[in-house]
Design a protein around this ligand. Structure first.
Ligand SMILES: Nc1ncnc2c1ncn2[C@@H]1O[C@H](COP(=O)(O)OP(=O)(O)OP(=O)(O)O)[C@@H](O)[C@H]1O
Ligand SMILES: N[C@@H](CCO)C(=O)O
Length: 315
């Protein structure tokens, strides 16, 4: 048991970052935390045992604990905590659900990071990832960790193995991340359903060459190797059809000097990596032009990697 359990009524605010999962060739294994956007969550320790989710988001998220990813994650944590405990959760949802920016992961991770703080930090980050994966199961039907891990650890993470969980934190050179979020919804569950279950050996060889190249490029601060490795021959050809303007954004961003990029998570958001800020801003101009011409509402972000991960704001 932890020795610094807060008293009932205590609350904590958590900033939970958006995340870009897959990172093009690393489907289900690579992910990156962003400095913006982020969810703001407030969790309060209650006298009454249980989970009480406030109805105060514009997306009409479920308040039943087992249907809200934050509640599902807390249920997993409470099962391991064993002693009776209660949490009241309020979510200021700034990452739109179904955006491809890890909205479900931000709620799942933020909830367990906050609860862990209130209980005196008895659990490790790996424990918290395990709990939060229950939230991803609610959101997409699968316990994937490639949004959760970077959201909790920060930076870029590699999920070498899910069962047992084996998370590897990666270093990387300074990079800008330009994101466009076309305001259409692509649910992860749908974007997973359309994937083929088998891949050709030729495609697999190309894909694992790119993953190894991308990870090596990160670790060696080799921008050219990173750029050459940002290629996905398995998932993107299937999913990109769900995102209007994708091919245009990708080609014109590369022409504007981006290292490369692709679908953020299961989409519809698209991300591009750049070495220089002026290039990242030029890529944003490309994204704005593409979606203005298409007449599709969108949001853009020019941001950087968030190395802190979900963090408690101690008032
Ligand atoms: N607290 C919550 N925050 C966000 N989504 C939630 C929450 N609780 C339940 N959901 C449901 O989870 C789904 C959002 O998860 P989904 O994985 O589809 O989007 P995303 O996390 O933004 O995308 P991606 O996982 O590709 O980054 C929506 O159907 C939403 O209703
Ligand atoms: N790897 C998951 C991430 C979802 O954000 C997918 O692409 O389905």
């Amino acid at each position: 048991m932890a020795n610094d359990i807060k008293s009932p009524g205590s609350s904590v605010q958590v900033l939970a970052p958006a995340t870009v999962a897959n990172l093009v060739c690393g489907f289900d294994v690579l992910g990156m935390a962003l400095q913006q956007p982020q969810d703001v969550m407030t969790v309060r320790l209650t006298e009454k045992p249980g989970i009480f989710i406030q109805k105060d988001d514009v997306y009409n998220l479920p308040v039943e604990p087992e249907k809200n990813v934050a509640g599902a994650s807390l249920l997993a944590l409470m099962e391991e905590w064993k002693a009776p405990v209660g949490f009241e959760v309020s979510i200021d949802k700034r990452i739109k659900p179904g955006s491809g920016l890890g909205s479900s992961a931000a709620s799942s991770a933020g909830a367990v990071v906050a609860a862990n703080h209130l209980l005196g930090s008895p659990f490790t980050k790996e424990d918290l990832v395990r709990f939060a994966m229950n939230g991803e199961k609610v959101a997409s039907g699968v316990k994937h960790a490639d949004n959760i891990a970077p959201c909790i650890y920060g930076g870029i993470t590699l999920i070498r193995s899910i069962f047992p969980l084996d998370i590897v934190q990666l270093t990387a050179p300074p990079m800008y991340v330009t994101v466009v979020h076309p305001q259409i919804e692509v649910r992860t569950s749908d974007a997973r359903q359309i994937l083929r279950k088998e891949v050709q050996l030729k495609a697999a060889i190309k894909q694992w060459g790119n993953i190894a190249g991308l990870v090596t490029g990160f670790l060696k601060n080799d921008y050219d190797l990173i750029g050459r490795s940002l290629e996905d021959v398995i998932i993107e050809p299937v999913r990109s059809i769900l995102i209007p303007g994708f091919d245009d954004v990708k080609k014109r961003s590369k022409d504007a000097g981006a290292l490369g990029g692709g679908i953020s998570g299961s989409g519809p958001s698209i991300f591009m990596l750049s070495k220089e800020e002026y290039v990242a801003k030029g890529v944003e101009d490309v994204m704005i032009d593409v979606y203005t011409r298409l007449g599709i509402e969108f949001k853009t972000y020019v941001t950087m990697i968030n190395y802190e991960g979900a963090k408690c704001i101690i008032s």
